[in-house]
Design a binder for this molecule. Structure first.
Ligand SMILES: Cc1cc2nc3c(=O)[nH]c(=O)nc-3n(C[C@H](O)[C@H](O)[C@H](O)COP(=O)(O)OP(=O)(O)OC[C@H]3O[C@@H](n4cnc5c(N)ncnc54)[C@H](O)[C@@H]3O)c2cc1C
Ligand SMILES: NC(=O)c1ccc[n+]([C@@H]2O[C@H](COP(=O)([O-])OP(=O)(O)OC[C@H]3O[C@@H](n4cnc5c(N)ncnc54)[C@H](OP(=O)(O)O)[C@@H]3O)[C@@H](O)[C@H]2O)c1
Length: 442
């Protein structure tokens, strides 16, 4: 298993739980820590969802599964290495990078991918030295998905509200200095097309230190959307919540969130850094496509957070569809460019179906892959004997592999840090060096 996020660990669970044969699973991750986006994506203030890690922990501890942290496919191991060492390989590497908007000014300082901001507040070691200028007063968040809602919430909450979460100390200190007063969340289509879930939207309206507003004219629905708002539970719930925000707030809270619809980002403007975001008014044409009206406005924002979706990256030697950014597959069986099935190689999770769905979606997704893998093994007769032992290979390369018990040392260090700071259950250690040292305390 390459990737120890939900998809990888649900697949590992399905493999060791099946009763037709004895299966051993090795789970590799480029990070020293398991759980993928449960640790480095799920918002720090969503503690109940974060606790899914406890379920996934049981998979790693239940027998038949070993964890190899700090081992990256493509850098430390190749696809060929894996095929030498294992009967079958499942790639569950998720979607690590941001999608691009393709508008002028996207690369200006202050224009930030939500992936980077999320990684930073979640204490991802790749982002521990990221710097964000939170001295600005107005921020635009592009996108109306659940990640955008997370990002808006983190910007709108006070550091005091986040103190009991696991955000690293340096992140909490930076958020405490934040001068952000107003956050605009921008949807290029209408309220009926918002991707966020109703529960997450409702939470945004209940923040103790931020008022929320949506303009009544932005709530106007075209006839097709109005019909969907009647019939679709998700849309109906969202529209109801949004309609509760049309009254102009009293202006008593220190922060304010403005949710905007029917506005497509056209240009991020500024000399040397972000000074504004130009939006074009939109509507849906008869076929439901979003089209511009030629009316523009510019928001005076000092930071733009682009939360328009995640994207998978190709894995060396593994087929990849450059249009849909997934590994082409049929129920998890990898399809080669000629349309045939690649033997012994499979995918699960976001790299299999794209960056959508909640943690639980990956359970049935992984189960499907495992079912097909086991059927293939059964069809092929007894599994082949691996030609090489992974331990010898890793040792011959001198890789500083993090074992499961090393990770437990890091886990304990984070829990102890929280206790020493009187800051909830866990405070994340950020940065590769700090994490590695905690894995192997001297
Ligand atoms: C910001 C954000 C917040 C979210 N919040 C929620 C939420 O509150 N509730 C909810 O239900 N869902 C949430 N989701 C969705 C959920 O996190 C995903 O559905 C799920 O994590 C996808 O699982 P995965 O295993 O495919 O990918 P991931 O969780 O991304 O796991 C992939 C793993 O592969 C590893 N990896 C990548 N490349 C390599 C390589 N080359 N070699 C070795 N290892 C590699 C990564 O380090 C990572 O650990 C959120 C998603 C995001 C982006
Ligand atoms: N609490 C939770 O349960 C939780 C939290 C976070 C994430 N997640 C899940 O993780 C997955 C990923 O979430 P996500 O928010 O990254 O993706 P998402 O749900 O696909 O939302 C992406 C948003 O970006 C917009 N967008 C895309 N391209 C754009 C462009 N060029 N210009 C303007 N806007 C653009 C989309 O608008 P269009 O619709 O118009 O394309 C959409 O509003 C989702 O399934 C989500 O539910 C769940």
């Amino acid at each position: 298993m390459i990737g120890s996020g939900p998809a990888g660990l649900y697949a590992a669970e399905a493999l060791v739980k099946q009763t037709d044969g004895d299966v051993h699973v090795d789970v590799f991750d480029r990070l020293p820590t398991p759980y993928g986006l449960v640790r480095y994506g799920v918002a720090p203030d969503h503690k109940s969802i974060k606790s899914i890690a406890r379920y996934l922990q049981r998979v790693l501890e239940g027998g038949g599964v070993r964890f190899f942290g700090c081992v990256e496919l493509g850098r430390d191991l190749s696809r060929a290495d894996l095929l030498e060492c294992y009967d079958a390989v499942i790639y569950s590497t998720g979607a690590m990078v941001d999608r691009h908007l393709g508008i002028p000014g996207e690369d200006l300082p202050g224009s930030i991918a939500a992936t980077d901001f999320v990684n930073w507040y979640c204490g991802h070691p790749d982002a521990s030295d990221h710097e964000f200028d939170l001295s600005v007063e107005e921020v635009a968040v592009i996108g109306v998905g659940n990640v955008a809602v997370d990002v808006v919430r983190i910007l709108a909450k006070t550091a005091g509200e986040l103190r009991e979460t696991d955000v690293p100390e340096h992140v909490l200190a930076k958020l405490a200095e934040s001068r952000v007063k107003r956050v605009h969340m921008i949807g290029r289509r209408g309220p009926a097309q918002a991707k966020f879930t109703t529960k997450e939207a409702r939470e945004l309206g209940e923040l103790p230190n931020a008022e929320i507003h949506v303009r009544p004219e932005d709530m106007v629905l075209d006839p097709a959307s109005a019909e969907v708002a009647e019939t679709d539970r998700h849309v109906r719930g969202n529209v109801k919540v949004l309609n509760g925000w049309v009254e102009e707030p009293a202006g008593l809270a220190p922060r304010r969130v403005d949710v905007r619809f029917w506005r497509a980002p056209k240009e991020i403007i500024g000399t040397g850094r972000v000074e504004g975001l130009t939006l074009e008014r939109t509507h849906l044409d008869e076929s439901g496509r979003v089209v511009g009206t030629g009316e523009y406005e510019t928001l005076p924002v000092g930071m733009v957070l682009r939360s328009v979706g995640y994207q998978s990256v190709p894995l060396d030697g593994v087929p990849f569809d450059e249009r849909s950014y997934v590994v082409p597959n049929d129920g998890g069986r990898i399809i080669d460019p000629e349309g045939g099935t690649v033997p012994r190689e499979y995918v699960a999770g976001w790299i299999k179906r794209g960056p959508t769905g909640v943690v639980g979606t990956n359970k049935s997704d992984a189960a499907e892959t495992v079912r097909n893998l086991l059927a293939d093994v059964a069809g092929a007769g007894a599994a082949g004997r691996p030609e090489r032992k992974i331990e010898e290979l890793l040792e011959s390369r001198g890789l500083p592999v993090v074992t499961y018990s090393d990770w437990l040392n890091l886990d304990a260090a984070e829990i102890a840090l929280a206790r020493s700071l009187d800051r909830g259950e866990r405070v994340k250690l950020a940065g590769w060096d700090a994490m590695r040292s905690a894995c192997r305390p001297s």
